[in-house]
Design a protein. Structure first.
Length: 93
């Protein structure tokens, strides 16, 4: 049985190359739904025109594949991503 915590651990290994931080900590993951071996991840990117978007999505797929699960990624841009307050100071924003 795959747990949400296992999915989170895999997503924490996916790093946004521009910001040098993982996508989970950055708040790019909006929702994770796990049922049996099916995982649905609702996520966004830092912007709709993020040059690393395809690379990030492929990395998510690769990490979740290691759990031997079926993955559905729902890539959304509403609501737009905002830098979490805790991360602002780390990034100097």
């Amino acid at each position: 049985m795959i747990t949400k915590e296992q999915v989170i651990e895999q997503l924490k290994k996916v790093v946004d190359p521009e910001l040098g931080m993982d996508i989970y900590t950055l708040g790019l993951i909006y929702n994770i739904y796990v049922k049996d071996k099916k995982i649905n991840v609702k996520m966004t990117l830092t912007s709709p025109m993020c040059p690393y978007g395809p690379q990030i999505v492929e990395d998510v797929k690769s990490r979740i594949k290691s759990l031997n699960a079926e993955l559905v990624i729902e890539l959304v841009f509403n609501p737009p991503w905002e830098i979490p307050k805790e991360i602002r100071s780390i990034l100097g924003v």
